[in-house]
Write a protein that binds this ligand. Structure first.
Ligand SMILES: [Fe+2]
Length: 159
């Protein structure tokens, strides 16, 4: 980001880059697991649900890229070691249902992830409010998308 662009972000940039790195890592974790879910699902609903999770994986990958762009604008770089990604994401272990046709079991995991993301972006939106408008807007956009996705997963569980 240009000089002026950096100046107007009135927050400690080191702190901000660290917060964004955690979000970036979390998006990668969700991207990975959604992609994996789309590949390991089985049973009669495989076609529908593997498409749902594939689309989710693409969405989270896009989120990760938007965050990476913001990190670069602030003069930073996303975490370079894959082994740091899971730690930084701070979500803990993910265990898929043993029964690979348990679609509700899969949906519940991603619902938990959406809720984690909602907390993350809600927090980031609050902390950047009035201080870093660009990150604030990004956090709001991502928050709105995660809220919509939470709703979609909740609806799937009602089917
Ligand atoms: Fe996301």
């Amino acid at each position: 980001m240009g000089q002026k662009g950096k100046e107007i972000a009135k927050l400690d940039h080191g702190w901000l880059i660290n917060e964004l790195s955690k979000a970036y890592a979390f998006e990668w974790v969700v991207h990975y697991y959604a992609s994996l879910a789309s590949n390991v699902l089985s049973g009669h609903r495989t076609t529908v649900y593997s498409k749902i999770f594939k689309k989710a994986a693409e969405g989270e990958f896009e989120h990760a890229n938007k965050i990476a762009k913001r990190i670069a604008e602030l003069g930073g770089e996303p975490p370079s070691a894959m082994e740091d990604i899971e730690k930084l994401a701070g979500f803990g272990k993910v265990a898929f249902p043993k029964n690979r046709s348990d679609t509700a079991g899969f949906v519940k995991i991603f619902l938990e992830m959406e809720r984690h993301a909602i907390e993350l972006y809600n927090d980031l939106a609050h902390k950047t409010h009035g201080k870093d408008l660009v990150t604030h807007e990004l956090a709001e956009d991502l928050l709105a998308e995660e809220v919509a996705e939470e709703e979609e997963y909740e609806n799937m569980l009602r089917e």
